[in-house]
Design a protein around this ligand. Structure first.
Ligand SMILES: *Cc1c(COP(=O)(O)O)cnc(C)c1O
Length: 381
């Protein structure tokens, strides 16, 4: 594994999350190097990982914060992000969450429905403020990713459907406490087919024309996140190809003079720098299957159980010839399985086994099911 390891790796209690901050720096640097010359602003979707050292680096590299709950807004502000660099998205914002974000005077609310727009107008009025809003539209573009992380189809709960858009826009002149500043789309996550983003650009161009025909200028276009990473062969591309990604928006988005373009990246910035480190508790053989039972399970990393996602599994302790294992956790659920028929060097009790590409949607989704202890984070590099 080419990532940095702690010097006292063998002595550490497992399981724990290991973060390579050197790789994170290189990733943030590469993203900004591709975004800045194209005048694209990157916001970090902190739902992917909101650990303090990670947030600190994200802020140092000049990214903004994309939040989906009141606590995330608070977390971003506490981490030192300027309110002007914070946006608040989410299909179900509570009154308390909205009030807090209004009081902090964050840059923008990404509004997902007509009823939310009415509530925001009312709450902003009570605070004597005017909320900046981007309308989150559901552009009906298929992200061609797992259906649980697809968000931009008519059948998904997210955004304002194109059929509803005219009605929402007609409301705007009646709402004195909201100001339309742009449009927002986010069609899903772990998108590896970059042609999807080209399709998205064409759709945004059409939507922009629709607004302009109604005399509505959009100073901001927020095209969301979703850039995928290589879970199968993480070492082939530890830093995603941000050049290819940003050049698509440069090429296909019809940007008006002075218009700001935002992207909101989560996974592609932090997935590869995180690794879940565990030890083998037991190797158990049945007639059909050889199980490697780890001390980490779905309580630490739920993605395989939740959406059949693949994480590369490596044994750091053994160089013996390979055998096939079902790699499972200790939790009382059959879905607590990290991989079936995984080829690993012959594995024994006490071996260190890592699950790669676990920096995004890993530790943040941990639970204490079975009253498990929380796995700590260790930072290197
Ligand atoms: C989750 C989310 C993102 C980030 O998605 P990634 O696939 O991690 O890049 C961006 N915008 C919104 C609105 C989100 O909900």
């Amino acid at each position: 594994m080419p990532l940095h390891l702690p010097p006292d790796l063998d002595a550490r209690p497992t399981p724990f999350y290991l973060y390579d901050l050197d790789l994170l720096r290189r990733t943030l640097q590469a993203a900004q190097q591709a975004a800045r010359p194209r005048a694209i602003q990157v916001h970090y979707a902190l739902k992917a990982n909101a650990n303090q050292p990670i947030m600190d680096l994200v802020r140092e590299y000049g990214l903004g914060a994309d939040c989906v709950s009141g606590n995330e807004v608070q977390c971003a502000l506490d981490a030192g992000f300027a309110p002007a660099h914070v946006v608040f998205a989410g299909v179900g914002k509570s009154d308390a969450e909205i009030n807090r974000a209004l009081a902090a005077d964050i840059w923008c609310f990404n509004v997902e429905s007509a009823p939310e727009l009415l509530v925001l107008n009312e709450l902003a009025g009570r605070q004597g403020r005017r909320a900046r809003v981007a309308l989150r539209l559901n552009p009906n573009v298929d992200a061609r990713t797992h259906h649980y992380i697809t968000t931009g189809l008519e059948a998904n709960k997210f955004g304002i459907g194109l059929g509803e858009l005219a009605g929402v826009v007609e409301l705007l002149p009646t709402l004195p406490h909201v100001e339309l500043v742009g449009l927002h789309v986010h069609i899903g996550s772990q998108i590896t087919d970059l042609a999807v983003f080209e399709t998205l650009c064409h759709r945004v161009n059409e939507l922009q024309q629709w607004f302009e025909h109604r005399g509505l200028a959009l100073p901001h276009l927020n095209v969301g996140g979703g850039l995928g990473v290589d879970y199968e062969q993480p070492d082939e591309q530890l830093v995603p190809d941000f050049e290819a990604y940003f050049s698509l928006f440069e090429r296909y988005l019809q940007r008006r003079p002075g218009q700001q373009v935002h992207v909101e990246l989560g996974r592609s910035l932090v997935a590869q720098c995180g690794t879940l480190v565990s030890r083998v508790l037991y190797v158990k053989e049945s007639q059909q299957t050889r199980f490697a039972i780890l001390d980490a399970g779905m309580t630490e990393l739920i993605r395989p159980a939740l959406y059949q996602s693949y994480h590369r599994i490596e044994n750091l302790s053994s160089q013996a010839p390979a055998q096939l294992y079902d790699v499972v956790g200790p939790i009382c659920e059959s879905s607590d399985t990290f991989g079936r028929q995984v080829s690993l060097p012959e594995t024994r009790r006490g071996d260190l086994v890592v699950l790669r590409t676990a920096g995004a949607y890993g530790q943040v989704m941990a639970s204490r099911y079975n009253l498990r202890d929380e796995a700590p984070a260790v930072y290197v590099g």
